[in-house]
Design a protein around this ligand. Structure first.
Ligand code: HAM
Length: 405
């Protein structure tokens, strides 16, 4: 096929078995979020680029290298959303949701876009289901989102470990930053060129660098948790106490900083060893709403990488069998009536569009793995019945469509 008609690199069609897995992940996550009374919001795919630059942070990979930015006809800079939190914050403020009630639990689902180097589990268009809680500073909210993430991987039967950390707040972060800058100056020659620049502009990002030499160089870096102020320390301890009481297993990773700048206090990632990457990630961002002109509304949330989880799940066998309807001869209107009767009984019916004799049709049905075949020929039409064949046992009966159980 000519290059022109291929999907761009990193953009995928999702169908067949992959789509079944994708939907299984999505349905499971939505069900769990609804059981916690998160309410859905549909957010636009495009926002002003500035919204992401200011929230995710100028010195992050996402903003520096990965955003799809374009100009509209009036020369305004727009971006395909690389994530959902910034848009959710914008929507929370713009729609004055904060005026309705003191706190909100919302979730969104949809495609996100990042110009990353594609590989297994990493795409340029991918899907997230994100959940955010606005207006809650209590540690129980942090414990809740981590517990939900744990429930999601358990419900999907995915092996993953939860890593948590606290990044501190405006009070204690500067001391940590200073200690980190001091440390990084000492290992500067081991850092990649990008990190040499990052260590001045945004030193926390160095801890997140995927380059092996950088990973090695920061192994002994100061731990965020050694610099927490009393309030942050208390908050973090309470989050852990609640997770313990809920039976959620986690490991503390005092170098976990996440790739986005808006986080304060708790951050976490649910990491799959098999994929070598996070399948769910999130944390607290207590100042973002205020920074965008909203009220003081401490907030937190997480996002599920739907494709990543879909790579790891088995789809439960569909319980509902499909009835494959083969019209044979000049019987189409009758066959369509039969289909209607069966569908009214809650059955799933596929009308065969395969041409050819009955043998070919049955072979085709077999290959497709249908449990039941309904044969409707002229004899059946005359008698007002159908021939129902169980493809597993080979048994067949002539009954009225209304009698199908
Ligand atoms: P994030 O860590 O950038 O966080 O992304 C969350 C999840 O999206 C990742 O753990 C991963 O599963 C999936 N993901 C990210 N990039 C890709 C990609 N290129 N291909 C496939 N999957 C990917 C956020 O986006 C934050 N907004 C999460 C959050 C919500 N924090 C607070 N509230």
């Amino acid at each position: 096929m000519s290059q022109e008609f291929q999907a761009p690199r990193g953009f995928h069609d999702i169908f067949g078995e992959d789509l079944k897995k994708f939907r299984h992940v999505s349905d499971t996550v939505r069900k769990i979020l609804k059981s916690y009374n998160f309410e859905e919001i549909i957010l636009p795919v495009v926002e002003f680029a500035d919204l992401f630059e200011r929230s995710i942070g100028e010195a992050t990979d996402i903003v520096q290298k990965e955003m799809f930015v374009f100009e509209d006809k009036k020369g305004r800079r727009l971006a395909l959303r690389p994530e959902g939190t910034a848009g959710a914050v914008r929507a929370y403020i713009q729609n004055r949701l904060f005026a309705e009630r003191p706190y909100h639990r919302i979730f969104y689902e949809g495609p996100m876009f990042r110009h990353e180097r594609p590989q297994a589990g990493r795409y340029r268009q991918f899907h997230q289901i994100g959940a955010e809680i606005f207006g809650a500073d209590q540690p129980v909210a942090d414990a809740e989102i981590i517990k939900i993430s744990d429930e999601i991987v358990k419900a999907l039967n995915v092996k993953a470990r939860i890593e948590i950390n606290s990044l501190g707040c405006k009070v204690c972060r500067p001391a940590y930053r200073e200690a980190l800058v001091g440390f990084l100056s000492g290992v500067s020659e081991k850092l990649c060129d990008v990190c040499k620049d990052r260590k001045e502009r945004n030193p926390l990002r160095v801890l997140d660098c995927k380059v092996e030499t950088c990973k090695e160089a920061v192994k002994e870096a100061p731990r965020t948790t050694d610099y927490l102020c009393e309030e942050c320390e208390r908050h973090y301890s309470e989050v852990k106490r609640l997770l313990d009481s809920l039976g959620v297993s986690y490991v503390e990773n005092p170098h976990l900083v996440r790739g986005l700048d808006y986080y304060t206090r708790t951050v976490f990632e649910v990491v799959s060893e098999e994929l070598g990457s996070a399948v769910i990630a999130g944390g607290r961002y207590d100042h973002l709403v205020e920074e965008f002109g909203g009220p003081s509304a401490p907030a937190l949330g997480f996002a599920v990488g739907v494709e990543r989880l879909a790579l790891l799940v088995e789809v439960p066998k569909e319980e509902e069998p499909v009835y494959f309807l083969i019209p044979f001869g000049d019987v189409i209107p009758y066959a369509l009536k039969v289909a209607e009767v069966l569908r009214a009984k809650g059955k799933t019916v596929e009308l065969s569009l395969r041409k050819g004799n009955l043998r070919k049709q049955l072979d085709f049905a077999n290959r497709r793995g249908f449990k039941y075949v309904v044969i409707v020929g002229e004899d059946e039409m005359k008698e007002g019945v159908i021939t129902l064949k169980d493809m597993e046992t080979g048994e067949q009966v002539r009954i009225r469509a209304e009698e199908v159980e």
